[in-house]
Each structure stands twice: as structure tokens, then as C-alpha cells.
Design a protein around this ligand. Structure first.
Ligand code: FPP
Length: 245
């Protein structure tokens, strides 16, 4: 039986976050340039999106470009930005056919203007889609996100709009870039690296982590289903004992 057939419909993660890692190493392994790895990573993005829609995952968040990725060679950064623009344009049909609504988190104003424009157009085009929300983390860093939230909250306190005593976990969540999106239930990272790399630090307090040995261009929807299957066979205790659940 395939992993998809083994999934329990009543215990699906509502939100899956992915760190798409290993494009460069995959390309190097077959004697190609790093950008070839990124180009081949696009089909894995499609696998992940369509796999999520197929089984009914409501939110998918992809780490497409971190704030630290700006330190990569200029040529690679430019190629990644071009790939993003071309992919968004090419995948319009995938978004519309699958009811995928696009949104972004991160400092989008850092991106080249043509990237910003294509993103804004695609967000507008897909705004009424209701099967799955695809969030692209672009020029994203979780510590900066937390700093920005802290500043916004402090500003409200200074303006008298918010009382310090009323600040709670929900206040922080509401001021993060991800406000309105539930915390991830499952985070998948490819490439064998076992770290979080400044991704959704506040949001992942209780997220189940899954580290795959495959490189991102090798990722198929069956890998997604296997990760969900493993997730369903874990016990999420949120600090309680097994007996209390
Ligand atoms: C990490 O692999 C991957 C990235 C920094 C970019 C991810 C981009 C894509 C999958 C393609 C385009 C995406 C969209 C959403 C259109 P790496 O380069 O760090 O690999 P390495 O660790 O082997 O060097």
C-alpha cells in the first residue's frame, strides 16, 4: 500500500513548512552548476504543492530565499530571482487548477522590482483560491521577524493603544509576518542537515520535525506522504503525559 493510501484523513497536519535544501550539492554531485540544482528544484516545488492539494493540506510554507542568502555569489542570487519570476509566470495554471492562493513572508521590498511586481500580480490573481495557501518565505529571517514584531508592539504601547499587561502569546503571533496562518504542525527539511536555520522560530515551538536524506530536486510527493504518515504515528503531547491525551 502506498503512503498516500495509509494516511488518516482525520489527523492531517493543517500546515506543513519546508526547508528546500540541497539543490547545490545535488547539482555538484552530477557535475553541474549550482543553478542547475535550483532549476530542478522547481519540479519538487510542484510535487509539494500538488501533493498538499491532493491530500487536503491547507497551508504550505516554503523557505525559498533566506535573508542570509543575499551573501551568496551575485550571479547565483540573480539567477534565483530570475527563476522565481519565471516560475511564478509559468506556474499560474498550477495555482489556478489546484486552487492555490499565494502569499509571502519576509522583506519583499529587498527583492528586485520585477520580482515584487510578479509576486504582487500572482497574489492578486490567486486571492480567491481556497484549497491551499502557499506562503513563500523570501528575504526571510525569523529573528528579524521577531524584532519587527517587538517594535510594532512597543510602538502600540508607546501610543497608548496597548497595555503591557495585555501582551500575551497571541499578541506576539498577531504581529509576526505569519499572522492569520496557523503554526506549522510539520516541518520537513531535505538534504540531511538537521537544523532550523532561522526559519519560523516562534511558530515552530511545537512543530514535529522531519529530516530527509534526499536532496530537494529529488523530492517527490510520495516523500511528502511518507513524512505525513510518520507525523501521524507520532504522539504530540504539548507538554502533557500520554495518559492525559
Ligand atoms: C537551498 O539549496 C535552496 C535555495 C536557497 C533556493 C530554493 C529555490 C528553489 C527550490 C527554486 C525556486 C523556488 C520557487 C519557490 C520558485 P542550497 O542551494 O542551499 O543547496 P546546498 O546546501 O546543497 O548548497
Amino acid at each position: 500500500m502506498s503512503f498516500k493510501e495509509r494516511l488518516k484523513k482525520d489527523n492531517l497536519p493543517q500546515h506543513i513548512a519546508i526547508i528546500m535544501d540541497g539543490n547545490g550539492r545535488w547539482a555538484k554531485g552530477i557535475g553541474k552548476l549550482r543553478i542547475f540544482g535550483h532549476q530542478n528544484g522547481v519540479s519538487a516545488v510542484r510535487e509539494a504543492m500538488e501533493g498538499c492539494v491532493d491530500v487536503g493540506i491547507n497551508y504550505l510554507t516554503l523557505y525559498a530565499f533566506s535573508s542570509e542568502n543575499w551573501n551568496r555569489p551575485k550571479l547565483e542570487v540573480r539567477a534565483l530571482m530570475e527563476l522565481l519570476v519565471n516560475t511564478l509566470a509559468k506556474e499560474t495554471k498550477t495555482f489556478m487548477d489546484n486552487g492555490i492562493k499565494l502569499q509571502t513572508i519576509g522583506n519583499i521590498s529587498d527583492l528586485p522590482t520585477n520580482c515584487q511586481k510578479t509576486l504582487a500580480d500572482t497574489i492578486d490573481l490567486t486571492k480567491s483560491n481556497d484549497q491551499c495557501v502557499l506562503t513563500l518565505a523570501l528575504s526571510y529571517g525569523s529573528r528579524t521577524e521577531i524584532v519587527d514584531a517587538t517594535k510594532a508592539i512597543a510602538q502600540k504601547v508607546a501610543n497608548g493603544q496597548l497595555d503591557i499587561a495585555d501582551i500575551d502569546e497571541a499578541t506576539i503571533s498577531m504581529h509576526l509576518y505569519t499572522h492569520g496562518t496557523p503554526d506549522p504542525d510539520l516541518m520537513i527539511r531535505t538534504s540531511g542537515e538537521q537544523r532550523i536555520s532561522n526559519y519560523l522560530l516562534y511558530q515552530m515551538a511545537y512543530t514535529e520535525l522531519c529530516f530527509l536524506d534526499k536532496m530537494w530536486p529529488e523530492f517527490k510527493r510520495e516523500d511528502l506522504f511518507e513524512a505525513i504518515y510518520n507525523y501521524q504515528n507520532r504522539e504530540r503531547r504539548f507538554g502533557k503525559t500520554s495518559e492525559q491525551l
